[in-house]
Design a binder for this molecule. Structure first.
Ligand code: NIG
Ligand code: FE
Length: 413
């Protein structure tokens, strides 16, 4: 007789996040069939012995959470900007470095110089690091190409990271910075970015459209023109909003029923209300806040008061957030933004999935995707407590084994 389930994990506690709080189940069991969760509950409620129920039974310890969702990254890039880090430590400001042709444009030069294979090879260790710390769904933006061929190259490389072990979503961010060939012609550049979008969409390379709406980026009027094109193509939008100043980007994202407004440190009460009304998620990026040594906190209390879901992401990028662990971003969200560890975990799972328009994951519930992370911890708060470390023992993506840690003990070497 074929077993009713494809896989079953027993022996660990579950943080299902179903309902309020962690949705904790001690000594739990979770099973899947055809990539979807088929059972979640106490092991004592299993309708038989594990080996009779599933083709594969995994004995685990610690805690199982939904697989982590990193909903805002620029993880595909070439080169690094460690020298700008040193300049900032000596007092240079991010905006000044950008205005002097460094910043995003220095990464644009490196990306344009790299062919697809080189870009893939350089990006791969970062994506592996994110996976090794529990990420099972990863968003990757373009935005360091800034011409048709190079934006396409970035999106193609990002898509190459999709596998049975990692679900990848790609976001078109051509409106990230003004390339030198368009200097002084930002409106003409937006026209070009609007022209490239349907062509890249037709190649199946775009899941969402983003822009950097900022003094050193693009104006609300320019962002609006791009968003109108996205809407006409049926593509959802997200926005780098109110990071360094309040241009009311949050309201603009909400006006287009945006999936998310990201950064949002300078977002006003009116912006928060607009997001609440539109169901737009606030994506907090504490890595950039930390690295830029910002002091202006996002309006966390207002997000809570108005019921705006808060997601957390790494913003993995070479300039403002060279951060290779979503768990570390959760830690920073707790220490800098005063999220509770439970809110941080929900922010890196359920709310992050929603920031990508995904409603089939982020919670351990029957019928949702079997995306799980198994952690060597005694309590879920430890996910936000340790700085660094190697806590992930196993990951499962849509029922596929996505990661198994192999520890080689010194005695075996
Ligand atoms: O999310 N703010 C704009 N974009 C990135 C930074 C990109 C870069 O500096 O390379 C961010 O912080
Ligand atoms: Fe970003």
């Amino acid at each position: 007789m074929t077993p009713r389930w494809d896989g079953l994990v027993v022996g660990a506690s579950l943080a299902t996040l179903d309902g309020d709080g962690y949705g904790a189940i001690d000594d739990g069991a979770i099973a899947w069939k055809n990539g979807l969760i088929a059972f979640v509950g106490p092991r004592a409620d299993l309708p038989g012995s594990p080996s009779a129920l599933a083709a594969q039974v995994i004995e685990a310890t610690g805690w199982i959470t939904p697989g982590l969702v990193d909903c805002h990254t620029h993880a595909v890039f070439a080169g690094d900007r460690a020298s700008e880090f040193e300049m900032r430590l000596e007092g240079a400001r991010y905006e000044d470095i950008a205005r002097a042709g460094g910043g995003i444009l220095s990464t644009v030069r490196a990306v344009r110089a790299a062919d697809e294979d080189a870009l893939y090879a350089q990006s791969r260790p970062r994506i592996e690091a994110l996976r090794r710390d529990g990420v099972t769904t990863l968003e990757i933006k373009s935005g360091y190409g800034l011409d048709f061929d190079n934006e396409r190259k970035m999106l193609r490389v990002a898509r190459r990271f999709a596998s049975p072990a990692l679900d990848v979503r790609t976001t078109y961010l051509a409106a990230h910075a003004l390339p030198p060939e368009f200097a002084g012609r930002a409106d003409a550049y937006i026209d070009a970015a609007i022209d490239w979008l349907p062509r890249l969409h037709a190649e199946g390379l775009v899941d969402a459209v983003d822009a950097f709406c900022e003094g050193i980026g693009f104006s609300p009027a320019q962002t609006r023109r791009l968003f109108e094109r996205a809407r006409s193509l049926g593509l959802p939008v997200k926005l780098h909003a109110d990071q360094l100043s309040d241009l009311d980007g949050a309201s603009l994202a909400a006006e287009f029923d945006g999936l998310s407004a990201d950064h949002v440190e300078h977002t006003s009460e009116a912006g928060v209300r607009a997001m609440a009304a539109a169901g737009t998620v606030a994506v907090l990026l504490p890595g950039a806040f930390h690295v830029l040594r910002e002091t202006r906190l996002p309006p966390i209390d207002a997000f809570r008061a108005h019921g705006v879901p808060m997601a957390i992401a790494t913003d993995c990028n070479p300039g403002t957030s060279p951060l290779l662990s979503l768990r570390q971003a959760m830690q920073l969200a707790c220490t800098h933004f005063r999220l509770t560890p439970e809110q941080a975990l929900r922010g890196a799972t359920q709310h992050a999935a929603r920031a990508l328009g995904l409603h089939d994951r982020g919670v351990l519930r029957t019928g949702l995707r079997a995306d799980l992370a198994v952690w060597d911890i005694r309590h879920p708060a430890e996910l936000c407590y340790w700085l660094g470390g190697d806590l992930l023992s196993r990951a499962v993506v849509a029922g596929h084994p996505a990661y198994t840690r192999h520890v080689i003990h010194p005695s075996e070497t």
